[in-house]
Each structure stands twice: as C-alpha cells, then as structure tokens.
Design a protein around this ligand. Structure first.
Ligand code: NAD
Ligand code: DAU
Length: 339
C-alpha cells in the first residue's frame, strides 16, 4: 500500500513514521511536510535510508502541487497530521491556523476524492470539545460530546472535523477521525509545556506556570497515539470517529514537580505567570469506544513514559539546543518576558 503522511516532520507525525514503518515494513511511505518552525527534517533522519521512505517538502494548501502529487502516486491511505498546533500562537494570530487547518484539510480531501484514496484519516484533538469543570471527576469527553471550542486553534480543528464529516456525507469520502488528548514524548517542539519545562529546568531557568497551575490535562505517551491511529486506519470502520486517551489526568503543577524531581532541580524554579486567555480547565477522554471496538489500550504508564521522555531530551541535548536557537529566542521573549 502507498501511504501519505502529512505533517510527518512534526512531533506526532515523526513518531508515527517510526512506529508505522517498523510495524508495516511492506508498505510504501510518503512523508510530506512544509517544514514550518515546528517541522524538523532531522526528526526523520533514522528513516531516510529506507527504500520505502520518500520525503516531500510541500504545503497541504498548495492546490496544484497536491493535485499533481495525488495524480502521480495514487495513494491508498492519507493520514493528515499537518496543522498549526500551538494554542498560544493561535491566540496571538489566528489567520494561519484557519488557512492551514481548515483550507489545507479541504485541499487534501479534494485530491483524495478525485484520485480514489481508500481511506482519508483526520488527526484531530480533544480540544474540539472545549473543557470540563474542575472537581467533576465523573465527567468525560465521549464521541457524543458537543463541539464547544475555546481557542482559535481548537475552532480551526473543529471546523476541519466538520468539513471531513460533510465530505463523507455529501461526496462519500471514505474517512475517519480521531480525537486524542495531550501527547508527550521525543521530538516535541519546546513551545509545548513538557519539553519547555524540561529545557528550562536543565538550565536552571524559571518554569512558567499559567495562572495557578490547577488546569488538568490527560497525558498520553505518543506511541500509544500512533498505535491508535494505526488501528483506526487499518481496522476501524469507514465513517467512524474515535476518542483516544488513557485516563491519565494531571495538573500542570504536578507535572512541573515530577519533571523537577526527575532532574534533581529545586521546586523554587516554579514561577506563576499571567494565565492563558480562555484557558481550558480540564480535558479528560472516555476511550471506551476504541477499547471495545478495536481493543486499543495505552501500553506506557505515565511514570515510565515521563522518565523515558526526560531522558530522551537530556540524551538529545544537541537536538534541543538546535531547535531553541534563533527564532525560538524571539518567540520566548514575546510570550514570556514581563508576563
Ligand atoms: P507539530 O506542530 O509538532 O507538527 C505539525 C507539523 O505540520 C510540522 O511538522 C509542520 O511543519 C507541519 N505543517 C504545518 N503547516 C503545514 C502545511 N501547511 N503543510 C504541510 N505541513 C505543515 O504538531 P503535533 O503536536 O505533532 O500535532 C500533529 C497533529 O496532531 C495536529 O493535527 C494536532 O492538531 C494533532 N494533535 C496533537 C496533540 C498533541 O498533544 N500534540 C494531541 C491531539 C491531536
Ligand atoms: O489536548 C490536545 C492538545 O494538547 C493538542 O491539540 C494541541 O496541539 C497541544 O498543543 C496541546 O494543547 P495544550 O494547550 O493543552 O498544550 P500546551 O503544552 O500548550 O499546554 C499544556 C498545559 O500547560 C496547559 O494547561 C497550559 C499550560 N502551560 C503551557 C505552557 C506552554 C503552562 O502553564 N505554561 C507554559 O509555558
């Protein structure tokens, strides 16, 4: 089978590439990425010598380029990870989020329809459900929870999901959607909470905690997300939607303390800063559908996954040093100085 993976040089996309090529070495993989600030071709270094790996530097919104690519390669499966993904950047400037996440998705689906792709998979997020209140441990996001977005990022992802559903119903696009909770693991760009605090802690710099640090996220090791997508694409029903998460809720302050302890650093580095606008309180996934239908369960316990992740960033300090050089410094100053 020929599989197109977009956003393949980003955090989850690159982890998925390693996972999938190891699990299904008989298939042919086309990794497509625009290589924005978040995409890093070096993330795919371990795959570049494989005969069944091909890299394409391209924008999912490039109508002619995408059409020509699909006409030439006749993909069987398309998995769309490509997106603008950082909530804080979407608050500062929503426009690119609308262009990439909504129009880019429509462009890929047009080509998928025109050239008879057998399965189009949209990698979505639990953020489309908005948030749950703190102190209501009985409430979870199910596939039936209403769309109730908070940030321009989540609104753009929800818009893309609605378009996927419209293409399924109106044009018969064979598609599926997954909505996963927060991922952690290697190759995550250090604008996101866990790699950002690991990077700051290793340099004894303050860890910026938004508000009072009580917001809750439901953390999943990235390989468990990859396994879920692999199962959905190959075994999940056409037209289906699956929530993905492993009942691993932690407050931000708990995460900061775990990271500091693992690195042997002082909790005095914890620094409370002004809250994110519209900051979602709690995410929590009910994964019963994917567990019952596809037998998916997370394999990595948080206590092991976070140790493995911290070790990866420390062992790969050159990777971290490279991605925080240059433009990252301006970004960090814009977001955090005087906050
Ligand atoms: P990321 O920002 O690390 O990677 C995104 C990748 O997309 C980058 O390599 C970037 O270069 C590429 N890209 C951006 N615009 C593009 C365009 N126009 N054309 C082609 N490539 C483009 O993000 P991530 O965390 O790996 O997220 C991947 C997907 O998973 C996203 O769709 C995101 O919404 C979803 N998701 C992420 C999480 C999470 O916790 N990180 C959880 C659930 C869902
Ligand atoms: O739930 C899935 C989503 O998870 C994905 O769709 C998004 O692409 C991904 O970025 C992530 O969104 P979050 O906003 O939850 O992730 P982030 O790492 O930005 O923040 C996690 C929590 O940590 C959140 O409550 C905000 C807080 N935070 C974040 C940063 C960057 C801080 O307290 N300080 C920080 O400096």
């Amino acid at each position: 089978m020929k599989i197109l993976i977009t956003g393949a040089a980003g955090f989850i996309g690159s982890n998925f590439m390693y996972y999938e090529m190891q699990k299904h070495p008989q298939d042919d993989y086309y990794a497509l990425d625009k290589l924005t600030y978040a995409g890093n071709i070096k993330n795919l270094d371990g795959l570049k010598d494989h005969d069944n790996f091909h890299f394409l530097k391209m924008d999912i919104g490039d109508t002619e380029g995408i059409d020509a690519l699909f006409a030439k390669e006749r993909f069987d499966i398309v998995i769309n990870f490509a997106a603008e993904t950082h909530v804080d950047r979407s608050i500062a400037d929503p426009s690119l989020f609308l262009k990439t996440n909504i129009l880019g998705t429509a462009n890929l689906m047009d080509a998928a329809l025109k050239y008879g792709v057998k399965r189009y998979h949209q990698v979505s997020t639990d953020e489309v459900y908005g948030d749950l209140p703190l102190g209501r441990k009985d409430l979870f996001f199910t596939e039936e929870s209403p769309i109730r977005t908070s940030s321009p990022y989540s609104a753009s992802k929800a818009s893309a999901d609605l378009l996927v559903m419209a293409y399924m119903r109106t044009y018969g696009l064979p598609a599926s959607i997954s909505r996963c909770s927060n991922n952690y693991g290697p190759y995550q760009f250090p604008e996101k909470f866990i790699p950002l605090i690991i990077n700051n802690a290793r340099h004894d710099r303050p860890l910026p905690i938004y508000g009072t640090g009580v917001n809750v996220r439901d953390w999943l090791y990235v390989d468990d997300h990859s396994e879920a997508i692999d199962l959905i694409v190959r075994k999940g029903k056409e037209g289906s939607l699956y929530n993905v998460g492993g009942h691993n809720e932690k407050t931000n302050i708990e995460i900061a303390k775990i990271v500091l302890k693992e690195l042997g650093k002082s909790e005095a580095l914890i620094t409370f800063v002004a809250d994110r606008k519209g900051h979602d309180l709690r995410y929590a996934i009910d994964p019963r559908k994917i567990t019952t239908e596809l037998g998916w369960k997370p394999k990595t316990k948080f206590a092991d996954g976070i140790k493995k992740t911290i070790k990866w960033y420390i062992d790969n300090s050159k990777w971290l040093d490279d991605v925080v050089s240059g433009e990252y410094q301006n970004y960090y100053a814009r977001m955090y100085e005087g906050r």
